[in-house]
Every structure is written in C-alpha cells, then in structure tokens.
Design a protein around this ligand. Structure first.
Ligand code: NIG
Ligand code: FE
Length: 428
C-alpha cells in the first residue's frame, strides 16, 4: 500500500532525543510512504515513490499531515468502577493522599477490581482502549496495580494480555503490585514490600513463562511516594525485580521528593515517571542516565494542581523527556495522548515539535521499543496517523477535539469516525 498525497510527512529524526535535540524533526512536503508486510518500506517525496511503485495500491492522504503513531508509555487503563465522588471531594478541599490514607483512592478501585472477572475488566477497558487508539495512541503501556494480591494481579495481567491479543492496539504490560499498601497490610507497608520481593516477583516469572506466549518479560513498577512505598522498600522491590531479569519503571516524586528518580537511574530503569517534586540533584542523576523522564501533565491538570514536571530543567540537564497520559480513574481519566501534548506545550513550555518527539520516539524509548516504533523510517513498523489537518503543529495548537482521521497500525488502516470510533477498512 502506498500512502500518497501526504501534504506534510513529519517524523522525529534519528533515535531517542536528548536535551536540546528534542524536537528535531524531518518534515517532507508532498510526501508518500510505502507499506509492505506491516512495515515501512519507503518514505520520501511523492514524485519519487509514485515513479518507483506505479502499480502499488494507493491510499490518498488528501494533502493532510502524517505523523508517527503516538506511544502512551504510562497508563492504568485496566480497572473496574469509577471515582467521580472523590473528584467532587477533592474540589471541596480533600487532598489525593488524604483520600488514599482514609482507605479510598486507589484502594476503592482495588475493591471494585478484585470483584471483577477477567471478562468484566476487559469489557470496561475496551472502550477506553478504543478511545486511546482513536486519539492516535498505537502502542499503550498498561499497568496492573488494582489487585494487590497475587491472584488478582495475575487476573489483571491476563486481561491485559488478552486485550493485547485482540488488538489492533499494541499493549505493553507492567506489573505494579507495589501501587498501594493493600487493606490487609494496612500500616505494614514493609511486610507487603517483602511479600512482593520474596513471593510475588518470583511467582510472576513462572506465571509469565506459562501464560505470556513468549512475550518479553513485563516491566516492574513501584509507586515510590509518601503513603505508598518509601525509598528503601522501592529499592528492595526494584533490585529484586532486576535480579530476576525484569525491566524497571518507577512512579517518582508525584507529590514528594523521596529519591525514586535517582534510584531508577542507578538501576538502569527504562523510565522514571511523574517527576513533579524532583530535586535538582535527582534531575541531574536522571539526565546522566538512559532512564527516560516521563512527564504526565494530565495528572496535575486532573488534580487541579499548579505544579508540573519541570521539562525545561530536564532538557537543560540533557535528559530524555517523554509524555504519557497516566490514564487512571483517580487523578487523570484521559485517554488522549493529544491532550497530553496540548498540556505539555501549555503547562511545561514544550514546542509542538518537542511535544511530538516526546509522544513518539522518546515515549517508545520509555517502553523499550524505540528500535521498532516511534518514528517513520524504513524498516520500522508501519504505525502512523493521517491527520485532519495539513500542519502537524495543530496537534498542540488546537485542543478538545480529535484531529486524527486515520490510524494505521502495523499497516492496517482504521478510519476514525466522530472522533471516537474506529472501523477497520477492508483493504489493509
Ligand atoms: O499515576 N500515583 C499512582 N498511581 C496513579 C493514580 C492511580 C489512582 O489514583 O487510581 C497515578 O497518578
Ligand atoms: Fe501512574
């Protein structure tokens, strides 16, 4: 399939982009892109490709812009229930951590998720995945963390793997048993952290070998925060996971600076996420490593807070910055990576080019897949978006509407209708 009549083909140049390189784009006007076997076989000026592949079936992009499929490297998309009442409580003055400490917050979603079957979890999550996909996210990381027992965490993983098999999206699973201290361990975070190290992680390894069909091991993540897991507990869990061969992520400095970011860097984690309260020293440590700093601007926005990830400081320190939605029922129920880009520009001072690179190639690096996705280069998977606009900057400039016309995932075409639903097209 040859996508022709592309008004503007836009892609990050090269691999993951550090510091001042963030936002280096290749922009080809009047472009075309050839897809063979789900991969990009050629990209370049339309005239050249039309001449080289005269008999190829064609898809007319109608002069619009084409960008890589967005990658959402941090979500909690799989859950049961909802928490609108808590949103109202927060607007009336309660804080997120107060609600969590009172047994609500994450723990109320844990109750609902424990009760739900795999099928029910899938049914609740599918429309969210569809919205994320229709808003341009072709690869989506999804965490467990609303089960907090071995069986309920495995139930979540089972649902994530089944939804990944369903597609058309590509899911990246993350094991987040260390998301909160479960009610059975109230006041005994230490004991629960030990259980994760001594029983859950070794069991996860065996479970994965049996159930995951040869997929690479999932990420292991920890919520390193006041009221969740402290730095030593986080270290113990991440070191154990690393010794077992799991790649790592960490939730660090969402509210308080506990040192999780520097720890993530020292352990070679793929990413450290949130980074709102991160100290200058921790930013330096992160920037000196290959750990991607994942900013989640929908979260302070969702919590109506004024502090965001200090993107400029991370870039000045030469760090790798990515964007994600953090989609979850508590702090940020937002499936749209486009909105994360919009906020990245408004609240973190990114340019549209930087926001695009942070949502594609750097986000791919945050899930360890930058060699396969995140940019439009020959040999990479054909994951791309045909927009409603002929200027990619509109993705950051306009907000509150969906500007994606077509999502192409591994060479399969999906028409986005009414901004929310996707219909696979017969030719693919
Ligand atoms: O990333 N901070 C921890 N986890 C989520 C919130 C999850 C929830 O409140 O359900 C986050 O913001
Ligand atoms: Fe999160």
């Amino acid at each position: 399939m040859l996508i022709h009549n592309i008004g503007q083909l836009v892609t990050p140049r090269g691999g993951p982009q550090r510091g001042s390189r963030l936002g280096e784009l290749r922009i080809v006007p009047h472009a075309a892109l050839l897809i063979r076997g789900g991969k990009i076989a050629a990209v370049g000026p339309e005239a050249d490709l039309l001449a080289a592949y005269p008999d190829e079936p064609r898809h007319d992009a109608q002069g619009k812009a084409v960008v890589p499929g967005l990658v959402d490297p941090h979500t909690h998309l799989l859950w049961a229930g909802e928490r609108a009442a808590e949103f109202e409580m927060r607007l009336q003055g309660k804080t997120y951590l107060e609600i969590l400490q009172a047994g609500g917050g994450i723990l109320s979603t844990v109750q609902a998720t424990r009760r739900a079957s795999v099928e029910a979890l899938m049914a609740e999550t599918r429309p969210r995945l569809l919205r994320a996909f229709a808003h341009g996210a072709t690869t989506i990381e999804v965490k467990t963390g609303y089960g907090l027992t071995l069986t309920s965490e495995f139930k979540m993983l089972e649902a994530i793997l089944a939804l990944d098999d369903e597609g058309p999206w590509e899911l990246v699973p993350t094991f987040l048993a260390a998301h909160a201290v479960p009610p059975e361990f109230r006041g005994r975070a230490e004991a629960y952290a030990r259980l994760i190290c001594t029983e859950m992680l070794p069991a996860l390894k065996g479970w994965w070998q049996e159930h995951a069909n040869g997929r690479p091991l999932p990420f292991v993540d920890v919520f390193c925060e006041t009221g969740a897991f402290d730095l030593e507990q986080t270290r113990c869990i991440l070191e154990t996971a690393k010794a077992l061969g799991f790649p790592l992520k960490v939730h660090a400095d969402e509210f308080d600076n506990l040192g999780g970011a520097a720890l993530a860097a020292s352990l070679g984690a793929a990413s450290a996420d949130h980074l709102v309260a991160t100290s200058a020293a921790d930013i330096r440590a992160l920037a000196a490593s290959d750990t991607v700093a994942v900013a989640l601007p929908c979260t302070p926005f969702g919590l109506a807070e004024s502090r965001y990830t200090p993107a400029k400081a991370i870039l000045e320190a030469d760090g790798l910055l990515a964007l994600a939605t953090d989609c979850n029922p508590g702090t940020a129920w937002c499936e749209s990576m486009l909105f994360a880009m919009v906020l990245g520009c408004r609240a973190m001072g990114l340019t549209p080019a930087q926001a695009l690179a942070a949502a594609t190639i750097n986000a791919a690096a945050a899930v360890g897949r930058a060699d396969r996705i995140g940019s439009l280069e020959v040999g990479k998977q054909a994951d791309l978006l045909i927009l409603e606009t002929d200027d990619y900057r509109h993705l950051a400039y306009r907000f509150g509407t969906n500007l994606v016309a077509w999502v192409v995932k591994a060479g399969r075409f999906f028409r986005v209708e009414g901004g929310i639903s996707c219909t696979p097209q017969p030719f693919s």
